[in-house]
Write a protein that binds this ligand. Structure first.
Ligand SMILES: [Zn+2]
Length: 500
């Protein structure tokens, strides 16, 4: 009891039952009977755990004026991972979720060790993450454990308090929870190797076989690929809504409003969609429709870039342009051969058959042309003349929505002088034509390169058509299969190898 009291204000976990005491308890066998009576408010389910092997640590966290006791229970087999991370992660989770949703509602938050599963209950959850016997562990074991603790503790918010129907709409608790899990992971460590959240992580699923994908809105019991459908894709959709569509300020306010409005109530999908729209003030019907009701992926291509200039009507300038255009045309093969084989055409044999047009240069301005041009200029106002003289380059770009899911068109221009420019065209550009659109940009500079979605923020499933000029994708193929094990996958435990 003394240790528990001390834990409430401690800045790091305090041992309530330390490893030595747990090891001693493990050897004995209890006699007789003990009765525990549990009481809790606002719970929709319950679980408990008991073991004489348990090591127990605790740390208090202040949330909105209340001291919440974060605790972990684990056998010695969970160490060294558990004593180092579990309670710290519980505390970080309730702090971060409280910031993005509503303050943590229960008096305690408990993480109990298991070998590999993860399961949530009000206030208590069961989390995998067990090191090897020599105390080393793979990267997958470490981040799998941190991730599952964040996730299962996170369920105290969705669906324990913001009480959606899991059997109908798995995404309403798992998807929203996985989204806030991602925010919590990156606040733990910006380099956290999150499995879900970053748009590029959902690409393989979204470009997959359409017969193997179902819309997010599918009833829980009929979903294909549960994890991708109900966890990964909604988490990514919300991340994209936050970073790419609404921006963090609007999104965070709307998301928090949803949690505040629907705490202790039973929200349905429409309640979530409506709150996100009216709290942000943005019409997002197209977004819900595309991401939640269809299986369309995002795949926008940049089809062409055509450069224009204003027709100045100046014969000296425009005829030179025509000449250059003509000279840039490749010569037809037949003409190339003719120039060698037809050595004596009729007009050479009989020069009297030549006239003005045999020697006329159609790209050479005449005094008549220049006269006409001058007359035209005289008829213009000063302002019209100024506009006509603009020395801008106009770039008309065409885009196709190959995937079907509308997204903003985000462009990076790289100019010949090395400078860069960003353009953000909202998804509403697809309102009138959701297959192909074009847009004109202007600049004084010569355009060298265009990159569509330069910061991988839309989950575009095929980036090979995101470049102008086109880029050749780079890959590799194998000559021989490695004999013996050589893989850098999750199974590898470099920590163990380093020890050897
Ligand atoms: Zn879950």
């Amino acid at each position: 009891m003394e240790r528990l009291k001390q834990a409430r204000t401690a800045s790091k976990p305090v041992m309530i039952v330390n490893p030595k005491e747990a090891e001693k308890a493990e050897k004995g066998k209890p006699k007789g009977e003990k009765t525990w009576t549990f009481h809790a408010e606002n719970v929709r389910d319950f679980a408990f755990a008991s073991s004489r092997k348990f090591i127990w640590d605790a740390m208090g966290v202040d949330i909105a004026g209340k001291n919440i006791l974060c605790m972990s229970f684990y056998p010695k087999e969970g160490n060294p991972l558990w004593e180092q991370y579990s309670t710290e992660v519980v505390a970080h989770t309730i702090r971060t979720y409280s910031k993005f949703t509503i303050p943590y509602q229960y008096p305690v938050a408990i993480s109990v060790h298991t070998n590999r599963i993860g399961m949530e209950y009000p206030m208590i959850c069961f989390n995998g993450g067990r090191p090897e016997e020599d105390g080393t562990y793979s990267e997958g074991t470490k981040y799998g454990m941190l991730g599952v603790i964040i996730h299962e503790v996170g369920h105290n918010f969705f669906p324990m308090i913001i009480n959606s129907d899991e059997r109908q709409w798995t995404w309403m608790d798992e998807g929203l929870n996985t989204f806030v899990q991602y925010l919590t992971e990156v606040e733990w460590d910006p380099n956290y190797p999150s499995r879900r959240g970053n748009p590029t992580k959902i690409v393989d699923y979204m470009k997959g076989d359409p017969g193997n994908i179902s819309p997010i809105m599918t009833n829980s019991e009929s979903i294909f690929q549960f994890g991708n459908n109900a966890y990964g894709k909604p988490a990514t959709a919300l991340n994209i809504l936050r970073e790419t569509i609404l921006g963090r300020e609007l999104f965070d306010f709307a998301f928090k409003t949803y949690a505040e409005r629907w705490a202790y109530k039973h929200p349905t999908p429409a309640d979530f969609f409506r709150t996100m729209e009216d709290a942000s003030g943005v019409d997002l019907d197209w977004f819900w429709r595309g991401w939640f009701y269809t299986t369309d992926p995002v795949d926008i291509s940049i089809d062409e870039v055509v450069q224009y200039h204003i027709d100045s009507k100046d014969p000296d300038k425009e005829l030179a342009f025509d000449r250059a255009q003509n000279e840039a045309q490749p010569a037809f093969l037949g003409e190339q051969i003719n120039s060698k084989t037809i050595t004596s055409p009729v007009i050479k044999q009989k020069p009297e058959l030549q006239d003005f047009y045999n020697n006329w240069d159609r790209y050479e301005p005449t005094s008549y042309d220049r006269d006409q041009y001058k007359k035209m200029l005289d008829g213009l106002t000063d302002e019209e003349r100024e506009v006509l003289g603009y020395d801008w380059k106009y770039y008309q770009m065409k885009f196709t929505n190959k995937g079907g899911l509308p997204m903003p068109i985000i462009l990076e221009f790289i100019f010949e002088d090395g400078s860069k420019e960003r353009h953000y065209i909202p998804a509403e550009i697809w309102k009138m034509d959701d297959v192909q659109v074009s847009k004109v940009f202007y600049s004084k500079k010569e355009l060298k390169e265009v990159i569509l979605d330069p910061n991988t923020q839309t989950a575009d499933v095929d980036r090979s058509d995101n470049y102008w000029p086109a880029k050749t994708p780079q890959s590799r193929f194998e000559l021989y299969k490695y004999r013996g094990r050589y893989s850098r996958g999750d199974a590898l435990n470099p920590m163990q190898k380093a020890k050897e």
